[in-house]
Design a protein around this ligand. Structure first.
Ligand code: ACO
Length: 339
């Protein structure tokens, strides 16, 4: 039997219209454009401000654009995965809401939670589903409304995050030497004390007590997260290059999780990768968690050429981290020109 490869065949994206810039933030908390640019490299973030709209709204918009751009017949989609830390509801899944809104008749869907690594992990899962031969077309959406769990009186965290969604179509092909090749994925399991939301889960369900004490906001110890993120992503990139016998010259692009410009620069330095090969858009969107990698691909799609060696890497709460290697399968410039 011919080997089945899993290739990314299109990218869609969506960011809300509202722009929360550093100037506005510095009127909300004791911070400044200078501090934020120097420490994290974020100028502005998009915020979904409309009441009653959640992650599924952005996910649906990104997927709709993906379907339009690729021209895929929605009835041929086998599965849709939404990876998010900010689902619309505890249940039903955000994926089920998106499938309903898009009218996908022949698809099943589920949510996948791996914090900022959600997109990296779920692309690997979707690729494996395709390579098994059981499924031919899967949509993977990374989407987060981080503004729904950020405390806008806490200057240590509110400057970091934004909202957005990115979607990719993954398809089966028998063409050789293309698509998702392999991944190096790890979960260290030591991260709970350093990055979490204290209440709202089964350990500490929502109550007046938890709301009064602000326990539904994101909590993090920034310095520890920073240290782990740099070490892990740099090691993971080195590991995936070794697994695939890639030299630094062989790598065309690295698409990192966009948490902080200093983290990205430190990872590139440690992994000895030229910064020009690293796709960076954190300045405009901030950290959109599961959406950062697909949104970077969305912004830079025109740069991606068939045959390019692309490395994805991410790090997030848990701690979850890893890297994967993909041989790019289409000419991004023509896909963008067709839009
Ligand atoms: N504006 C001005 N001053 C601030 C701000 C702010 N927004 N935030 C913190 N400060 C102050 C602190 O209060 C502290 O003041 P003090 O010395 O008077 O006590 C000073 O700046 C230094 O604080 P640190 O926390 O030591 O600053 P640091 O250089 O570590 O930067 C930051 C903080 C930006 C959070 C950094 O630790 C970081 O980026 N960590 C990674 C966090 C991250 O990316 N998390 C995302 C989720 S996980 C992921 O996606 C990978």
């Amino acid at each position: 039997m011919e080997k089945i490869n899993a290739i990314i065949t299109g990218i869609g994206g969506y960011v809300p219209d509202y722009i929360l810039n550093n100037e506005e933030l510095s009127r909300m908390v004791d911070t400044s454009d200078e501090w934020i640019m120097e420490r994290v490299g974020i100028k502005e973030r998009r915020i979904l401000t409309e009441e009653g709209l959640g992650t599924s709204y952005m996910a649906r918009k990104a997927a709709k654009q993906l379907i339009q751009k690729t021209g895929v017949d929605p009835d041929t989609i086998d599965a849709l995965i939404v990876t998010t830390t900010t689902p619309d509801y505890k249940f039903p899944s955000t994926a089920s809401i998106v499938i309903g809104k898009l009218g996908l008749k022949n698809a099943f869907g589920f949510d996948f939670e791996a914090a900022c690594c959600g997109f990296l992990y779920s692309v690997d899962v979707a690729a494996t589903m395709i390579q098994s031969g059981r499924y031919k077309k899967i949509i993977v959406i990374g989407a987060d409304k981080m503004s729904s769990l950020v405390d806008y009186t806490d200057r240590q965290t509110c400057v970091l995050f934004g909202d957005g969604a990115g979607a990719v179509l993954i398809e089966a092909t028998t063409e050789e030497n293309v698509g998702v090749q392999n991944s190096f994925l790890r979960t260290d399991g030591v991260g709970l004390p350093f990055l979490h939301m204290k209440a709202g889960g089964s350990v500490c369900p929502a109550s007046h007590f938890t709301v009064d004490r602000g326990l539904h906001y994101l909590y993090q110890e920034g310095r520890t997260v920073f240290r782990y993120a740099v070490t892990s992503m740099a090691n993971d990139v080195a590991e995936i290059m070794k697994m695939n016998n890639l030299t630094h010259d062989d790598v065309n692009w690295v698409v990192p999780h966009e948490a902080n410009l200093r983290i990205i620069e430190a990872v590139a330095k440690r992994a000895e990768l030229q910064l020009e090969k690293v796709l960076i858009n954190i300045e405009h969107y901030g950290n959109t968690s599961a959406a950062t990698i697909p949104l970077a691909m969305w912004d830079y799609e025109a740069n991606l050429k068939k045959g390019d060696n692309v490395i994805f890497t991410a790090f997030g709460a848990g701690f979850v981290h890893g890297a994967s290697f993909c041989k790019w399968a289409y000419d991004g410039a023509s896909a963008v020109a067709k839009k």
